[in-house]
Design a protein around this ligand. Structure first.
Ligand code: ACO
Length: 434
């Protein structure tokens, strides 16, 4: 069987043969080069055939070896390691290293990596002035997006993206500083003094310190909550070509420094259909208010009056494996914090939705965001911080994808085509005749 596709253009009767190439997993990686379709023309004047694919429903924009998702079977792997094993046996910084470098770190590599990230957590004092400029009720995602972009002005050498040494340094700075920016954004909204990083603590322990330290001399994170946050960060670290990663690659393709590219990716994450969904889930559960109101709410969703937030996914047409791990993590967290009363509403909502024909037919299952917010809330994070937490974790994924893009000789500046539906040339119309 030849690895090619034969196409007959019924407009002209001509036949074309297009090569089929494969990824490591043929079921998902069989592709034809889209530009090969351009030779299919009705005459020499014709521009050639394009594919029309709003939202990239069936277009591979890159070749990648970072994350593998099999949405039908509910599989997620980073660099070949199943998400369940990573969440159970590794720390977030180990997983971030794996995603960024391609292999698990040795003991000495891990020690050095943790040391480097820990010693890149401080931000320039002027960043605080920036923070002070925002209104007291500014959304922390708006603050995060702006301050990450502002870091670009502090590190002008970051523009030298062709230098692997520069890239490696900026990656460490970004992974190190994101929790600091996030915690500062939160403290700013409360009018509380900023807490400086504590190098004795782990990545997530230090983040909890910068978020919640009050008058105690030394903040001691609760180990269960510290571990739970670590697991949640692992689950959110990368997810192949999603909306924000695509933004990172798209902006990165014009070759700016990684700070502004990452600010763009974080902005894409902010939307309610992507990383902003975890915030919307909590608002939805609050709005439902009690278990008795669920059937009514489901009917409204089915009538098209809004979506069941935290349900559905472009790729997963099965239970999101991350949602299963999050549910297990929730039990451990609630043993420390007490049960979040919204959990009962969420569990019942999930049960009813999974039995309802509307959701079954459309293969709508809980996604990573359905339960994460309930845990974050129990841990003391306000809803506005949920997407910020997602952004901290996804920073490693965005940067790995950005690095892969820069090292891929087949990549070019992202520039899609369009199907033009507007007017042909029109004549000048004097203002009195319009
Ligand atoms: N509630 C109700 N109906 C839904 C939902 C939902 N959450 N999601 C999809 N549908 C319905 C659509 O109305 C559509 O129905 P139709 O065929 O009768 O028109 C069908 O299911 C297919 O939906 P699409 O919007 O075409 O699916 P798409 O793959 O484009 O969207 C998305 C995926 C954006 C995640 C969608 O499921 C959604 O909006 N979910 C809610 C928001 C959410 O939880 N986002 C987080 C995703 S995970 C992440 O980003 C980390």
């Amino acid at each position: 069987m030849p690895d090619s596709l034969t196409i007959t253009d019924n407009r002209t009767g001509k036949t074309y043969e297009l090569p089929i190439t494969y990824g490591t997993y043929p079921k998902y990686g069989a592709t034809i080069p889209a530009t090969a379709l351009r030779q299919i023309k009705v005459d020499e004047e014709d521009f050639g055939l394009l594919t029309y694919d709003p939202g990239f429903g069936n277009t591979a924009s890159c070749k990648s070896s970072i994350t593998f998702v099999d949405g039908e079977r509910g599989i997620l792997r980073y660099r070949g390691y199943p998400i369940q094993d990573l969440a159970q046996n590794y720390t977030f910084l180990e997983v971030a290293y794996l995603i960024l470098q391609g292999e698990l770190p040795s003991e000495s590599e891990l020690k050095e990596w943790v040391w480097e990230i820990t010693h890149h957590t401080m931000v320039h004092e002027k960043i605080k002035k920036f923070m002070d400029g925002f209104r007291y009720d500014a959304h922390p995602m708006g603050i995060l997006v702006s301050t990450v972009a502002a870091l670009s002005t502090f590190y002008p050498e970051a523009r030298d993206i062709a230098d692997p040494g520069v890239r490696a340094l900026e990656i460490k700075r970004l992974v190190g500083k994101m929790p600091t920016l996030a915690a500062f954004a939160y403290r700013n909204s409360l009018g509380m003094p900023y807490v400086h990083p504590d190098n004795d603590l782990s990545y997530t322990g230090n983040f909890l310190n910068m978020m919640f330290k009050a008058t105690e001399l030394k903040y001691e994170p609760n180990p269960v909550l510290e571990k739970a946050l670590d697991v949640l960060f692992i689950l959110h670290a990368d997810h192949e070509q999603n909306c924000s990663t695509n933004a990172m690659r798209c902006i990165g393709s014009s070759q700016p420094d990684p700070y502004v590219a990452l600010a763009g990716a974080a902005a894409a994450l902010y939307g309610p259909l992507h990383g902003g969904a975890n915030e919307q889930v909590l608002r939805m559960l609050d709005e439902i208010g009690s278990v008795e109101n669920i059937p009514d709410f489901i009917e409204r969703v089915k009538a098209g009056e809004g979506r069941l937030m935290g349900f559905g996914h472009r790729v997963y047409k099965n239970y999101d494996p991350r949602a299963t791990i999050i549910k297990e993590t929730a039990d451990k967290v609630f043993e420390v914090t007490g049960r979040n009363p919204l959990l009962d509403i969420a569990l019942e909502l999930e049960k009813i939705a999974l039995e309802d024909e509307y959701f079954v037919e459309r293969k709508l299952y809980p996604n990573v965001d359905f339960y994460s917010g309930i845990i974050y809330q129990a841990m003391g994070f306000p809803v506005e911080m949920f997407t910020v937490l997602f952004a901290i974790a996804r920073t490693s994924g965005w940067l790995a994808q950005w690095q892969e893009l820069l090292e891929d000789s087949e990549q070019k500046i992202a520039r899609p085509r369009q199907v033009f539906l507007g007017y042909d040339t029109r004549d000048y119309v004097p203002i009195e005749k319009r």
